[in-house]
Design a protein around this ligand. Structure first.
Ligand code: PBG
Length: 336
């Protein structure tokens, strides 16, 4: 029997738009532009050379010097911003190095702002976990639990110190109730009305933060389940979003990204302010590990992962792949 091509039943042929790279590019609904990318960077006190991270191949803890170069590179590549995390030499119960204007994070902010000015958005992680000797994101009450309201008071001071050091945007990542409101008031009272807050609105208690804990030499024993969100919950993300908006959040974030694309979609559908998503350390490490074993095509997997985060609704993406993605974008799309 000979094969007969049907004449009338295939009116629409979606494959027409997939025939050539140029056709696919024209039909693409989502792009990953360098300006949509935010690079997370680590600076560690006392380093003279950058220190590689075993669980995040290709990512380093920077010295102040190498950080300055990394910041200039991020600006030159046209990235949207970078998010700075500080790793202090000394820690204590209250995370004093976080509020100290001469603490490593604040010093680095000052130097970087002097280096890049307003060329790129300089974001600062606003949290205590890197600075406390117990590794929690806040200060502890006498019974060992994380004391929400005592922590807010410290966050307020930390916010002013970071604004004074030159941050354009503060990223409170500690998941204390009321943190956005307290930070907003502290900034306004200190005359920093122009400094914006990127609220980690829906931040889940995730196993995928593992490699980050190496990156900041975390002292944490146990977990953060009493303050970060339960991975089982979806509706709660919208509640957290509403609270942060009411408290004055300028932008909001969902974190992690890939295991939480449904949450990201929910938030993106209703948020009146820009939405970010954070492709975290464990997401990075999984791709790197599989690629190192030759199990996946690294470049294609990296691009697809970040594209999927944008497609789910993120306006911007925090990703350790930001610089490479920017290079690939230029390679594939010219220099525009
Ligand atoms: C906490 C903080 C974490 C990350 C960013 N800020 C870790 C945590 O909550 O335990 C994780 C980022 C990553 O894994 O890439 N201040």
């Amino acid at each position: 029997m000979t094969h007969r091509t049907p004449r009338y039943d295939l009116v629409s042929r979606p494959r027409r738009l997939r025939t050539t790279p140029a056709m696919r590019r024209l039909a693409a609904q989502t792009r990953v532009h360098p300006a949509d990318l935010i690079l997370p960077v680590f600076v560690r006190e006392g380093l003279t050379e950058p220190a590689p991270l075993g669980s995040m191949p290709g990512v380093v803890q920077h010295s102040l010097d190498s950080l300055r170069r990394a910041a200039a590179e991020a600006a030159a590549k046209g990235l949207g911003g970078f998010m700075l995390f500080g790793v202090p030499a000394e820690r204590d119960a209250c995370g004093t190095a976080g509020t100290d204007p001469d603490g490593i994070l604040n010093r680095a902010l000052r130097e970087i702002r002097a280096e890049v000015g307003d060329e790129i958005v300089l974001m600062a992680d606003l949290c205590l976990d890197e600075f406390t000797d117990h590794g929690h994101c806040g200060v502890l009450a006498a019974d060992g639990t994380v004391d929400n309201d005592a922590t807010l008071e410290v966050y307020g001071r930390m916010a002013v110190a970071q604004a004074e050091a030159g941050a354009h945007v503060l990223g409170p990542s500690g998941m204390m109730d009321g943190q956005v409101g307290v930070i907003r008031s502290a900034l306004d009272e200190a005359g920093h009305g122009d400094v914006a807050v990127l609220a980690y609105s829906a931040k889940y208690s995730s196993a995928f933060y593992g490699p980050f804990r190496e990156a900041v030499d975390s002292q944490l024993q146990g977990d953060r389940r009493t303050y970060q969100m339960d991975p089982a919950n979806r509706r709660e993300a919208l509640h957290e979003l509403q609270l942060d908006l009411d408290e004055g959040a300028d932008m909001v974030m969902v974190k992690p990204a890939m295991s939480y694309l449904d949450i990201l979609r929910d938030v993106a559908e209703v948020s009146p302010v820009p939405v970010s998503a954070y492709q975290i350390s464990g997401e990075y490490a999984m791709i790197e590990a599989a690629a190192a074993n030759g199990w996946i095509d690294r470049r294609a997997a990296v691009q697809e992962s970040v594209l999927s985060i944008r497609r789910a609704g993120a306006d911007s993406v925090l990703t350790y792949f930001a610089v490479e993605l920017a290079d690939w974008y230029r390679e594939e799309n010219g220099t525009a």
